[in-house]
Design a protein around this ligand. Sequence first.
Ligand SMILES: Nc1ncnc2c1ncn2[C@@H]1O[C@H](COP(=O)(O)OP(=O)(O)OP(=O)(O)O)[C@@H](O)[C@H]1O
Ligand SMILES: [Mg+2]
Length: 514
Amino acid sequence: MTTPAELALSHTDLTPPELAHLQRLLGSWSVLADLSFSDLLLVVPTSAVAGEEPELIVMGQIRPNNRPTMLEQDLVGQTVLRGTWSLAAAALERGEVVNGEVRHPLIGESVPVENIPVRFGERVVAAMVRVYSRAVATPHSMYEKKYFAVFGRLVKMITEAEFPFAQEEVGTEETPRVGDGFVLVDGKGRIEFASPNAINAFHRMGVYSTPEGHKFTQLGVEASAVQWALATCHPVVEEVERRPDVIVLVQCIPLLEDHVANGAVILMRDVTDVRRLDRLLLSKDAAIREVHHRVKNNLQTISSLLSLQARRLSSDDGKAALYEAERRVRSIAVVHEILSRDPSDQVPFDDIVGSLVRMAEDSVVSSHTVEITVEGDLGEVTADTATPLAVALAEILQNAVEHAFAGADAGTPDGNAPDGGTPDGAGPDGATPGPDGGVGHVRVVLAHGSQGLGVTVSDDGKGLEPDFDIERTTSLGLSIVRDLVVSQLGGSITMGAATGGGTLVEIRLPPPPY
Ligand SMILES: Nc1ncnc2c1ncn2[C@@H]1O[C@H](COP(=O)(O)OP(=O)(O)OP(=O)(O)O)[C@@H](O)[C@H]1O
Ligand SMILES: [Mg+2]
């Protein structure tokens, strides 16, 4: 999507500071639309092309949220001939506000428009076109009169390059709008007017006296934003916490005349519920993280207990079985460890793979060397997929380091030192791991895409027995893998000979939702 700045950049010869000024205007002009009950368009002149009639391009559009819109269509990015929008062009040329009427293409009637030159430094860089219905042209109530008066002051600031402010905070979804609560103060910070919603906000803060004529502090509202904005001539946003359970967001926009603040607009929004939700979400995140952390710790304790017990056994079979169990528990702990760092439902599987590879490398007990490389990645997978997949991958890696190069030591009693004396002993008896004599290689290739997830693990070891069939194997490790991949994850697994000898294990998982 093109941003307004990119749009303007490619069509106009505005300088970067001028563009930044317009960007700030777009970030803060909702108050203008609401105060004037109007649709606003920001138009900039396009760069002159020799022989062509100059054009204007619409850089931004905003609707009031307290009146129906006059412009249902999205005009951003449209170009029009200057002749067609002659009033906007006149405002740009003359540098003064040009009022008039234009024929509305949809309504078929003429509607009033106000064309406001936007000045930056000495130059008029854009025109703000205000389109409004005749019905709002004359104020009906006290508050409408106030809104128009303040709008007029802001318009003057725009034409004198005083609005938007030099360091405007970019508006967020939370920034209060006029409808949330509007207060007007004079140059000393005394309240001149408060809209009905602002009065409600005062009530929520426990202020029941009439606000008019008082300063915020006199009402017992510790909003330093007002004084700050008046003193610094810059807008200030502040959260005012009154009583522990009420939080009001206060945005204070100073109204300047000849660089002096002679008043300010204060927009107030009760954000108590929003903040409460934020806090709840935060504590929920923290709780989930804590749970994963504890699960991980408990699993680590179990795995330590298993290895303690294994050491006490005298039977080798028993020892091996307990060590196996210990390793399986640890591979599940890895997933919880990662989840305890990032509690989102999505787990970066790369981190898990890294830990599993290290675990497998550490478990090489014989003297031969095994190198494990990882290529590609699986992106982010849900926690539900991550755990079974991590356990399956741990089993497969374990098999590779445990079986693929088994017997390697037999041919090289002194292990696989680089000069181990068996230059290339990789024969059918698999006496030496890997074709390059001494080092066994395991390659993990990960892929993800619209087809789903793919994990392949290949080694250059001795390969499987000729009659091996994954479908029929009853041994525990691969039974676990098969069950996890096929039953739990709905995927498929194949095991066969890798090209150039060794074993190739391939896991495929269907695309999301995993
Ligand atoms: N990469 C491999 N290279 C050679 N043989 C393998 C490989 N992977 C598995 N095998 C063979 O498949 C058999 C079954 O593996 P499986 O993981 O089910 O059991 P295991 O590793 O013997 O015992 P455990 O239950 O402790 O994992 C292994 O005993 C081994 O003979
Ligand atoms: Mg195994």
